[in-house]
Design a protein around this ligand. Structure first.
Ligand SMILES: Cc1ncc(COP(=O)(O)O)c(C=O)c1O
Length: 371
């Protein structure tokens, strides 16, 4: 422990991101690397976003317009809300960090699932909050009933990810709506819908109505996944205007950059068709990859995202290492408590096929070794 560093900081661990192409190239010296470990969208950035971002380069000497007026209007329009219900951030991660600072005093309790996005835990620990973690149920579903029962007057925040990373599963929308309507006065839910665009219409809770009813809800979304702008780092929250003002006060002043704003605005204004066709492709490939994995005798969860969670008869860490040696990055799920499971993103057709063929080879080698 370095003298002077806050005690709460020592209790947190570094976030473990998926491996990058650059990292694998450095480590293994491979030419062809396929990245299916971070749930990116191979079809982004979409055409209008690309043009707008290139055009914006000439203005990078200037700070962005911090009212973020146009982007807030475009985002709000998508949800039938007014622009003052939107706060922007440097990726959804930036928003999650800010929300930790907005809500968490030392010793506040936070409720979260153990099998979910890892950042909620670390943000809470850094803020000195006390964790109440819930294992996933046997069917891998988030234990929303257990979480609900555990709420006390000390509970400040509930982190809920729907669709959930790493399982790809969603909770019934009515169940989430009921959960949020039942929150006591001082307890808030951060509903992270980073993968919301991939879910079927009607399968997510009606967050617009919940927000307009004045519920203790903040919805977090991102341009990183379905909009294919992960490297631009832009995300946002939907919340009632008085909370948006607090979020904007707490977050860094210029919390979205010019390139990202230009890309996101152009995407929402002009890239609808490219967005819809990418989604259609991803959903269809998700079905194909799931079918092939199932055909290999593996257990697959039905995904509402751009990734698939599946379980092997052997250790996932070892299989992932072998995939990596052959240039394919996936995410073994041992860190989430699932040592035989892998999360794989949906890539291009060629990438998916190569992943499936390589996995089949590795599994047949493993079988050979075990006889
Ligand atoms: C559930 C979830 N929330 C938030 C994020 C962070 O997204 P962003 O790239 O917008 O920071 C991710 C990224 O993988 C995620 O899976």
């Amino acid at each position: 422990m370095i003298p002077g560093v806050r005690k709460a900081v020592a209790s947190a661990s570094p976030y473990t991101p998926g491996k990058t192409v650059e990292e694998v190239r450095r480590e293994l010296g491979l030419e062809r690397i396929i990245k299916l470990g971070s749930n990116e969208n191979p079809w982004g950035p979409f055409p209008a976003a690309r043009t707008a971002m290139v055009d914006e380069i000439s203005r990078l000497n200037m700070y962005p317009d911090v009212s973020f007026r146009e982007l807030k209007e475009l985002i709000a329009g998508q949800f039938g809300l007014k622009p003052d219900w939107v706060a922007l951030s440097h990726g959804a991660e930036g928003m999650l960090q800010t929300l930790g600072k907005v809500f968490l005093d030392p010793e506040d309790e936070v409720v979260l699932s153990r099998g979910t996005y890892g950042l909620y835990r670390e943000i809470s620990l850094v803020m000195g909050a006390v964790l109440r973690e819930f294992a996933l149920l046997d069917n891998y579903s988030v234990d929303i009933a257990g979480m609900e029962k555990s709420i006390t007057e000390k509970t400040k925040l509930i982190w809920l990810n729907n669709p959930n990373n790493p399982t790809g599963l969603i909770l019934p929308p009515k169940r989430i709506e009921e959960f949020i309507r039942n929150l006591p006065e001082g307890t808030w839910t951060v509903l992270d819908e980073a993968y919301g665009e991939f879910a079927l219409k009607g399968s997510l809770p009606d967050t617009g109505t919940l927000l307009e009813e004045g519920r203790n809800l903040v919805v977090v979304r991102t341009f990183s996944k379905a909009w294919g702008l992960a490297g631009a780092r832009i995300g946002y929250a939907l919340a009632r205007p008085e909370l948006v003002r607090v979020i904007d006060t707490v977050s860094e002043p210029f919390n979205a950059n010019r390139m990202a704003i230009a890309g996101a605005c152009a995407s929402l204004r002009e890239d609808g068709e490219a967005f819809r066709s990418a989604l259609k492709f991803i959903v269809s490939e998700r079905g194909r990859v799931s079918d092939v994995l199932r055909g290999m005798g593996l257990k697959i969860l039905g995904s509402s995202t751009n990734f698939i969670f599946f379980t092997l008869p052997v250790e996932a860490e070892e299989v992932s290492r072998k995939l990596l040696k052959r240039g394919i990055i996936v995410r073994p799920c041992g860190g989430w408590g699932f040592p035989r499971s892998i999360r794989v993103s949906v890539g291009t057709s060629e990438e998916n096929t190569l992943f499936l063929e390589t996995l089949a080879e590795i599994l047949s080698e493993e079988k050979g070794e075990n006889v």
